[in-house]
Design a binder for this molecule. Sequence first.
Ligand code: TMP
Ligand code: ASP
Length: 236
Amino acid sequence: MEKRTELYAGKAKTVYTTDDPERLVLEFRDDTSAFDGEKVAQLARKGRVNNRFNAFIMERLQAAGIPTHFERLLSERESLVKRLDMLPVESVIRNVSAGSLCRRLGIEEGLDLEPPVQEFFLKNDALHDPMINESHMITFHWATEGEISRMKELTRQVNGVLQTLFADAGLVLVDYKLEFGRFRGELLLGDEFTPDGCRLWDRETREKLDKDRFRQGLGSVVESYEEVARRIGVEL
Ligand code: TMP
Ligand code: ASP
């Protein structure tokens, strides 16, 4: 496999083409952004930690029967993935109230949500990733009805696997965001699963160990990612 040209630079990752038209290289950078790119910083070691973290989670999900784009780690900061035709939406599950749910609905933070809340957002920084519903996705051709139900099914299955994995490490999986894409007629989990795109709290102290530390200026951002990684058994 040969890395070719830069295809796209996102806020935290850069995507490269390869000599195989169906494979891409993801490079995890140290760049960190929040609030739709309004707050940015470089955090030493983050790219490396997230690359390993993501590989570990994707392999666990794959082993549990959830189809993902992940193929293998290539280097400290790079992973090889299948090239998906990404849907422009984000699928979120919330097990505990936090973040935009609290802001939008005036719900207090930290309430157990039973059943978990499932939401969709449009990936559009200029519009601040607005919340959308199934009708929007169908009318504007962002996803078909079949794809919507598959996204919901897979997002829920991921919850089952990861709630247990994190609970065994003394962590609460508060919420998370997933992105999906098409590959040879099938919907696969794409993008990444790292503390940049989920909320994780210590079960006893409720300390935040995810990107909220960066959003809220709490410090020790990468140290917290490393702490989570260590607890779930990611080799750093
Ligand atoms: P929210 O509370 O800001 O709506 O986010 C819910 C979860 O989804 C939280 O873990 C952060 C994650 N998320 C992203 O990583 N990127 C996004 O663009 C959005 C909307 C959410
Ligand atoms: N909306 C997400 C956040 O606040 C991602 C982003 O803004 O880039 O972290």
